[in-house]
Design a protein around this ligand. Structure first.
Ligand SMILES: Cc1cc2nc3c(=O)[nH]c(=O)nc-3n(C[C@H](O)[C@H](O)[C@H](O)COP(=O)(O)OP(=O)(O)OC[C@H]3O[C@@H](n4cnc5c(N)ncnc54)[C@H](O)[C@@H]3O)c2cc1C
Length: 376
């Protein structure tokens, strides 16, 4: 197909961009390094755990040991499959605090103040469980739902948080983020609502969209200073594809800068070090990554039902039946059923901490043998 746009990476961003471009009448080729999202574990929310290490659908990165992590390597799972990380993530729908967006806008990111991004949030989601229409949308491709099955332990956490002085927020994606609230998830009924199953599904069969999986993009192709296409490798063969208008990089926070660097766009000294000809000296490419640590604390509880029990025989049997027959029960469970957004210290104008409550203690949430010993 003659593509107007080549979108690299069919993850959260890539599926949304491809869908919207196709809806606007453009011809789009979407390249994805990983496979189709056929693994059942992707779709059943509570079945996710093994995917956090599965190299078939996960890039399985690890951090360099740094002082801030006490010299340990921390595992960095990233989706490598249709839907990208939205196919292996915790499904929590959290927009972030308005002050984060306003901060970016103040630093010169035009168009990114919360007021400017809010219409796109509303347009993108379908949240049928109420919420203030000033903030929430009802007709977008992304399905957002409240939890269907709440264990009493979650209510206890929410009550305890209020006793500790955190106000209850009925909708942390609405007018008030700060406080304690029940989680919202990107879920379509009983299944995960990845961007592949929402945005991409919305344009499935459209002749203007070609999705190529198992296609790992490499260098960008240029005519002068203009990017006109991209090389990729599929089934052991090197191929290339050209775009009439633009190549849109949606490879994620780790891979997009990598693709730019191997194409000669990045800090000149570093590119020379790794033997890449410098096309454009751009020092910011590959720098300033900010990711969040998840430090886990486990507590033993008595006299309460937990996901640990429900996931074991014999309790798991009725849970599977509930899931198959009614789309309810423990298998619809994501990771976190309630959260507190709070400030770590006085003087901050908005929350900088997200405390997540999980009525389960899975042995391995992706950190594997590199896990945080302090949290075991
Ligand atoms: C385990 C985990 C749990 C998370 N939990 C949550 C959560 O509960 N709530 C939340 O909001 N966020 C969560 N996140 C974060 C969220 O999923 C990501 O921020 C988001 O999906 C990133 O979107 P993206 O489009 O930038 O990248 P991705 O969704 O990662 O997509 C990038 C895509 O590009 C492809 N790609 C990369 N390089 C190439 C190449 N060279 N050629 C072709 N294709 C390529 C990748 O295979 C991938 O499919 C979680 C992430 C992970 C990994």
């Amino acid at each position: 197909m003659q593509a107007d746009y080549v979108v690299v990476g069919a993850g959260s961003a890539g599926c949304a961009v491809a869908c919207r471009l196709v809806e606007g009448g453009a011809r789009v080729v979407l390249l994805e390094a990983g496979p189709k999202d056929r693994n059942i574990r992707i779709h059943v929310p509570a079945a996710l755990r093994p995917l956090l290490k599965d190299p078939k659908v996960n890039w399985n990165y690890t951090s360099e040991p740094v002082e801030g992590s006490a010299g340990r390597r921390i595992s960095l799972p990233r989706g490598k499959v249709l839907g990208g990380s939205s196919s292996i993530n915790g499904m929590l729908y959290v927009r972030g605090n308005p002050a984060d967006y306003d901060g970016w806008a103040q630093m010169g990111c035009r168009g990114w103040s919360y007021e400017e991004v809010l219409p796109y949030f509303r347009q993108s989601e379908s949240y049928k469980q109420g919420g203030d229409p000033e903030y929430r949308g009802g007709n977008g491709p992304l399905k957002v739902e409240d939890y269907r099955t709440i264990l009493p332990l979650t209510h206890r956490f929410v009550e305890a948080a209020q006793q500790a002085g955190f106000p209850l927020t009925p909708d942390y994606n609405g007018g008030q983020q700060e406080g304690v609230g029940y989680s919202q998830m990107t879920r379509r009924g009983r299944f995960r609502g990845s961007t592949a199953q929402t945005y991409l599904r919305a344009v499935k069969g459209n002749p203007n969209l070609e999705v190529i999986t198992g296609a790992r993009a490499g260098r960008l192709l240029f005519e002068g200073k203009k990017c006109v296409g991209v090389t990729y490798r599929q089934d052991g063969q090197d191929k290339e594809i050209r775009a009439n208008n633009e190549v849109v990089l949606c490879g994620g926070a780790y891979n997009s800068p990598h693709l730019l660097q191997i194409s000669g766009i990045g800090p000149a000294a570093h590119l020379k070090d790794i033997g890449v000809d410098v096309r454009h000296d751009l020092p910011g490419v590959g720098s300033n990554l900010a990711d969040h640590f998840a430090a886990r604390l486990k507590h033993r509880v008595r006299g309460e039902t937990t996901m640990n029990q429900l996931s074991r025989f014999p309790h798991v049997v009725p849970e599977v039946a509930k899931y198959v027959l009614f789309g309810k029960g423990a298998l619809t469970f994501g990771v976190t059923s309630a959260m507190v957004f709070c400030r770590s210290r006085d003087g901050l104008s908005s929350p900088d901490l997200q405390l997540s409550f999980t009525p389960a203690t899975p042995k391995d949430m992706g950190q594997g043998e590199l896990g945080n010993p302090a949290c075991k």
